[in-house]
Design a protein around this ligand. Structure first.
Ligand code: DAS
Length: 356
């Protein structure tokens, strides 16, 4: 009897030490916080055949994480539901709230990396905003999906696994805010959504920074522009964002929108011009009038790739206008809002567009 009791204690001891070894091993893994904001990655469709018809922003973060037990292979993961919205509805207040939470978490010693799950429509704007204002070297990874988790060949699970894996990686530190979609690791600054119906939707004209395959990162280049700790902008010092809007140019261009934005009190207007940021002759006087009222005029291009050359299509020096460099209009708006919290003239604003 005594012998059997001894064996039982020995087996129980073994089990306990095995369990504590597993718990210890898990506790030794990096701690990644997943901040959920909604989007397709939290979407649900009526049937598996619905890869494009579904409701976004339905699945709560706890269910997202519970549906991916493999995450425990790469990190200790905790989740927070910051918002539950489709990202086309993101506002400046959403950007400020999210960035403040990311900044606070990045300062915690028990947080090694942060993942933000996000709708794909404005994911590139949020990623760039965080890249400009969050001061940390810890990996921050923004991730979405093109298909809801209920669809055949859904892409959200692997995208999220890749995002957590990258956020848990020491070699992802100091690279600015990252986006993991479709096996690629993109720069939050450079990446844009380039197609609205395929899983290979996010591209940068300068190429991805690297790839992530089966939890391992393969790096091929580093960001060239200022970001995170090297940024002169800090979310902890930003209370609000100035009004900056975008006007889209096309044949038969008129000045209705330009004048309306001027009356609405924009501090800067992004002009998404044709070609190399061209401005229709009939629109030039309206933009010059805005500049005379103190509004910054920033020439971007509706053409997705390339970059706008200063003084090429328009005499920017003479008009005191700024060019958006290689930034697409929606990204130029993000940078202009952040820049105008500090820049006091167009010369300084142009410097910021060269550097960020
Ligand atoms: N409406 C889209 C959004 O929330 C869905 C998505 O693609 O994530 O951005």
């Amino acid at each position: 009897m005594k012998m059997r009791h001894g064996v039982k204690n020995w087996v129980a001891g073994l089990l306990l030490s095995a369990l504590s070894a597993v718990a210890l091993a898990q506790a030794a893994k990096p701690h990644v916080v997943v901040l959920a904001t909604g989007g397709t990655i939290a979407g649900a469709g009526a049937s598996a055949a619905n890869s494009a018809t579904y409701s976004a922003a339905k699945v709560p973060v706890d269910k997202l994480l519970a549906g991916l037990p493999e995450l425990s292979n790469v990190a200790q993961v905790s989740g927070e539901q910051v918002f539950q919205i489709a990202s086309e509805s993101f506002t400046n207040d959403n950007l400020l709230t999210l960035a403040r939470r990311v900044s606070a978490l990045s300062k915690q010693g028990d947080v090694d990396g942060i993942v933000i799950t996000h709708g794909t429509d404005t994911l590139e704007e949020t990623a760039y905003f965080l890249n400009l204002v969050v001061h940390t070297d810890k990996p921050i990874v923004v991730v979405g999906s093109m298909r809801p988790g209920t669809a055949l060949s859904a892409d959200g699970a692997l995208n999220l696994y890749d995002a957590v894996s990258v956020a848990a990686s020491k070699d992802a530190m100091g690279k600015g805010v990252l986006v993991t979609m479709n096996d690629e690791i993109q720069s939050g600054r450079d990446v844009s959504k380039t197609i609205n119906i395929k899983t290979e939707a996010f591209k940068s004209q300068w190429g991805p920074l690297g790839m992530v395959v089966e939890g391992r990162n393969y790096w091929f280049r580093n960001p060239a522009k200022r970001h995170t700790n090297a940024s002169e902008f800090n979310i902890d010092e930003i209370q609000s964002l100035p009004k900056v809007d975008i006007v889209y140019a096309y044949g038969n261009m008129n000045t209705t929108a330009i004048e309306a934005y001027g009356q609405a009190g924009v501090k800067a207007l992004i002009h998404a011009g044709t070609g190399n940021g061209s401005v229709a002759a009939q629109a030039v006087p309206a933009l010059k009038a805005l500049r005379a009222q103190g509004v910054q005029v920033i020439r971007a291009a509706r053409v997705p790739d390339g970059f706008v050359l200063r003084n090429a299509e328009q005499p920017d020096d003479q008009y005191d206008w700024v060019v958006a460099h290689d930034l697409r209009p929606q990204k130029a708006r993000i940078l202009a809002m952040v820049a105008l919290t500090k820049a006091r003239d167009s010369k300084d604003l142009q410097r910021i567009f060269w550097e960020y």
